[in-house]
Design a protein around this ligand. Structure first.
Ligand code: CDP
Length: 783
């Protein structure tokens, strides 16, 4: 029965793939409206410069160019700045100063896309270069040029955030037998989703209705933001419809509001025509929000026997020219407080300082629950460094220190209540599956022969599902999420959600939750997301929150329907509602299985034969406010071989054990993990965005921003343990980002392990052949 229904735990084929594999997806760039015009953007070649003059005359002389919009044009509309999620403001277009290379300077609207590009090339801008700061540590020096002269505070410091017990932690460090300390830089990267960002904006001058099709992970929040920012121009919320059609990868990069969106809306309001703006690949890499860019100094205090006692972490966070990080309002450093990881530290103190530099703004949660990847990398690297210091096996040291299964729910010293976990179980499974003992033996034999092989472990804990609304909000909007289910008379259903899939398979997995709860076949349930005119209000999909929050809302809404259905079933079966139970996906009279009604029969009756006095219909809505977050975890083991000639690191094996509680669709979860692992491999070995001293971007195209291809990606091996979340209605935790969070440390640990006998303790990622070869040469072992 369950197999026919395709409920929870079944690898139901993804419903959405029917259109994706035929090339029939409907992305923003597929939207074509009559009379549509195109917008392209003039961008700054300088990282910091005063704009002396913008001459648009040559651009406006090009046939087909309809308008050139500059910052000065936006001033009367009060649109030259826009608020950011972190309480800062960001330029839509500059009126006098640009603050990073590739920043938007002006917009050109034209009848054709290529004419808009010609217009961009013809706009003449005169700049006066200003001093540039790209290093956030230098940006904090007293003589550093001030980037944000618009602020009352005349330095580059944005905010200080701290958590934990400073005095207690300092004391624990003073009293400790052993202390290890490491500077760790986690470089700036970008999400590089297949689809770049874009919008089609259609403003109807007659009825004042604005419809936008846009690449957003959070359509409802965007609608409210548009109403708040442009309400003074008559754009009120009932007249704004945000449609987020199919999205070709979001990964956090499609949460922020980029100036291009505002400009497309502005251009449509100005011209009365539908306007399309689609950024190109270079714009996407060079100007959209970045991730990471954390300069971390982390220390662990431990006893001689390896018991870890205290953790101290100090971080400089480079936020670029505006603080446009995509975090919940009260968490400027995201959920970095999960940095104590899988270990029961008695004391911890963590501080982060946000700093302005002449770089693009951002600090998005790139496939990560707001700075969790940074936290997991820091703690998992530190554990390995401690193991080296104590001459202990890193697996053994972890096993000694893990929070034990019986300690859950576990309150971390930094105030996070972990719901459930079995860390030792996950690591043991990974060790057994990969053959850890045999690998260590092989490594020691190879070392004698001078060969470089390393084994790296990462036993990470995530924190996903923002959030309990008492702690989490975005611009004041509480972080709940929603589901609305309607069961039609013929027993088919539609589910509408406040979240928005970007490739994760929601059309399948949310249907599976309803199938399980209502006993309707998964194929009879349609899932719809991403249209603010139809979907209930929700905060969107990022930070792996869909399953923990909207998944819970879906289960609860379905249970509301099931409860109403019970009354209808009682009516149909001429029994008391108290005698009706839900069993084997049917309503049954207790103890009389032959007397039963299916949900389809009950649904028909809800419209044709419902009890007198009861409202007709069968539908329910739930706005779910999670009581707590969920804490997925995993243990990854990576085996690398290093070429002593080229310095190239080859990932020979990678075994990933993940635990995301109850699994809805094992095939989708495995796919999520495979993708996440590749996105974890990428920053570990390849990807990085750098800037030269003048603020010129290095790595701004796919020629030098090295996305791993199938050639670089190893054959991932996966396994699982299942530790349900006790507070989630179906016991599920999120999974979409676990692998991206856990993988980089496993890979970095493996590389350092391969070189540890040469005295290497740490290498900053990405661990490129160049970096490794330099070390091999210094150590005199290069071939
Ligand atoms: O918020 P987002 O959809 O990115 O992440 P997620 O909640 O971790 O879910 C990613 C995909 O994996 C969705 O299709 C989920 O329904 C599915 N999933 C699952 O099948 N079982 C879980 N325990 C968690 C997620």
């Amino acid at each position: 029965m369950a197999v026919e229904i395709g409920g929870i735990g079944h690898s139901v084929a993804r419903k959405e793939d029917a259109r994706f594999i035929r090339g029939k997806g409907n992305y923003v760039d597929d939207v074509k409206l009559p009379g549509m015009v195109y917008l392209d953007i003039v961008r700054s070649p300088y990282a910091h410069a005063r704009i002396l003059k913008i001459d648009a005359s040559k651009a406006l002389a090009i046939p087909g160019v309809l308008a050139v919009i500059t910052g000065k044009d936006l001033v009367p509309l009060k649109l030259e700045w826009m608020p950011t999620l972190m309480g800062d403001k960001q330029m839509v277009l500059p009126t006098d100063t640009v603050m990073y290379q590739a920043q938007e300077v002006a917009a050109v609207v034209a009848t054709e896309r290529y004419i808009a590009a010609d217009g961009v090339a013809a706009v003449e801008v005169e700049y006066e270069p200003l001093p540039v700061v790209v290093d956030p540590i230098k940006a904090l020096l007293p003589d550093a040029p001030v980037i944000r002269e618009d602020r009352a505070q005349k330095d580059n410091h944005i905010w200080h955030w701290e958590t934990g017990d400073r005095a207690g932690t300092d004391k624990a460090f003073r009293d400790a037998d052993v202390v290890v300390k490491q500077d760790i830089y986690i470089p700036r990267i970008v999400v590089a989703s297949i689809e770049t960002c874009g919008m089609v904006a259609k403003f109807d001058k007659v009825d004042g209705q604005l419809t936008v099709w846009m690449t957003t992970q959070a359509p409802h929040a965007i609608r409210t933001v548009i109403a708040l920012v442009a309400g003074h121009l008559g754009l009120s919320e009932q007249k704004i419809r945000v449609i987020s059609p199919d999205i070709g990868g979001g990964f956090g990069g499609k949460v922020p509001v980029y100036p291009g969106y505002v400009l497309a809306i502005g251009a449509s309001v100005l011209t009365g025509l539908p306007v399309k703006w689609i950024e190109d690949r270079s714009e996407n890499i060079q100007a959209d929000s970045f991730a990471r860019d954390y300069h971390i100094t982390a220390e662990v205090a431990s006893k001689k026997d390896g018991t870890m006692q205290a953790l101290r972490v100090k971080t400089i966070a480079d936020h670029g020219a505006f603080d446009a990080a995509a975090n919940p309002s009260k968490f400027p450093a995201g959920l970095f407080g999960i940095v104590t990881g899988s270990y029961p530290f008695e004391k911890a103190f963590v501080e982060v300082d946000g700093v302005y530099t002449n770089k693009p703004p951002g600090g998005i949660a790139y496939r990560c629950s707001f700075r969790v990847t940074e936290a997991a990398f820091a703690i998992e690297r530190l554990v390995d460094i401690l193991a080296l210091e104590l001459k202990r096996d890193p697996a053994d040291l972890r096993m000694q220190n893990f929070i034990p299964p019986q300690a859950f729910p576990y309150m971390s010293t930094l105030g996070w209540e972990y719901d459930s976990g079995n860390y030792a179980g996950a690591l043991k499974l990974a060790m057994d599956k990969i053959g850890y003992a045999a690998l260590r033996k092989e490594q020691s034999e190879k070392r004698k022969r001078g060969e470089l092989m390393g084994i790296g472990i990462s036993s990470f804990t995530e924190i996903v599902g923002a959030g309990p609304s008492k702690h989490f909000d975005i611009l004041g909007i509480k972080m709940f999420d929603s589901a609305e289910i309607r069961v039609h008379p013929t027993g088919k259903a539609i589910v509408r959600l406040g979240v928005k899939s970007q490739g994760q398979g929601h059309e399948t997995t949310f249907a599976q939750i309803v199938a399980e709860e209502l006993g309707l076949p998964v194929g009879d349930i349609k899932v719809e997301e991403g249209d603010t005119d139809t979907a209930p209000y929700g905060l969107g999909t990022y930070a792996s929150r869909s399953t923990p929050v909207a998944g819970a809302a879906t289960a609860v809404a379905a249970r509301k329907i099931r409860e109403k259905g019970r009354l209808i079933a009682a009516h149909l079966l001429e029994a008391s509602p108290d005698d009706i139970e839900w069993k084997d996906y049917k309503y049954q009279v207790k103890g009389v299985p032959a007397k039963s009604k299916t949900m389809a029969e009950v649904a028909f009756a809800a419209y044709t034969n419902h009890p007198q006095g009861m409202e007709a219909g069968l539908e329910a809505v739930d706005y779910y406010d999670p009581p707590s977050l969920t804490y997925p975890f995993g243990s990854y083991i990576c085996v690398v071989d290093i070429d002593k000639g080229t310095g190239e690191v080859k990932v020979r094996r990678f075994y990933a054990v993940d635990d995301c509680g109850t699994i809805i669709n094992p095939m989708i979860v495995e796919g999520q993990i495979h993708g996440g692992l590749t996105m974890g491999l990428a920053p570990a070995l390849y990807e990085e965005i750098n800037y030269d001293k003048d603020g010129n971007i290095q790595g701004g195209t796919f020629m030098d921003y090295l996305l791993p291809t199938s050639m670089e990606t190893p054959s991932w091996e996966t396994g699982k343990t299942t530790t349900p979340s006790p507070h989630h209605p179906i016991g599920a935790k999120g999974v979409g980002e676990s692998a991206t969070v856990g993988a980089p440390a496993a890979i970095a640990n493996a590389v350092v392990d391969a070189l540890a006998h040469l005295g290497v303790r740490h290498i900053d990622i990405p661990i490129t052949p160049w970096k490794v070869q330099k070390i091999l040469k210094e150590k005199g072992v290069a071939e």
